[in-house]
Design a protein. Sequence first.
Length: 284
Amino acid sequence: MMNRIQQTFAKTEDHKCMSLFITAGFPTIEDTVELVLGFEKNGADIIELGIPFSDPLADGPTIQYSSNLAISNGITMNKIFDMVKQIRSQSEIPLVLMGYINPMLRYGLTSFFEKAQEVGVDGLIVPDLPLDEGHMIHDLATTHGINIINLIAPNTTNERMQLADQQSSGFVYCVSVTGVTGARDGSEVQKSVDQFIERSKEHITNNPIMVGFGIKSYEDACNISKNVEGYIVGSALIENIKEHFPKPEWKSEIFDFVHRLKFGYSRGGTRRLTKGSISLKTDI
């Protein structure tokens, strides 16, 4: 029987899957659940819920900022699990927890996976857990029905790409550029990403590929993910929230941004239909 992540990729065969990253507890603990549900209504296919950590070595300034704010807001692992439970009571969107191994170890790995299964978590990304140490969580993940999603980058060897594929379920997270998270200029990413994606597809054969790091617009998403199953947006979304919160109607602005990321047009605006190199516009 397919899990939620696999079901999502089966349903999105005719379009790209969009995964959004939001730090749990950012900009406030009370807002996270409503944001996630709004993301789904505006085109998100998968949600990555970030576990804030005081030493986020793979994250750039934007997600570091959101993590620090969430920690100062009083976020805890149990509060994150409660958020998942609230979301799951209203939605079947796949929920992936993304965080560093230290908070999971402190919580207790067995307790962590038991609780994750109980509340309805579908997947887990642990950026600082080397593939060679994956045995720490793989057996527990399998027992509790949690997909482990590994990351690959341009400096990942062909052999380790294959290992990441073998040890992953759900999808493989393809980091389009070497470095920390952060929205980048689309042309900067595009220069190196095509060749990397081509090599990744040769060695990732068991799982869909989702590409992330550097996507900040619909055009970026289309260009960078054109040869894979989907794309991931994190820093650009956090930046957008940071820009608008707590102005009046700030959530409406964020949901409109998400809608444009997925469809290329604002809610209730103009739809962009692309056929070959011809871009057509139609009012909806």
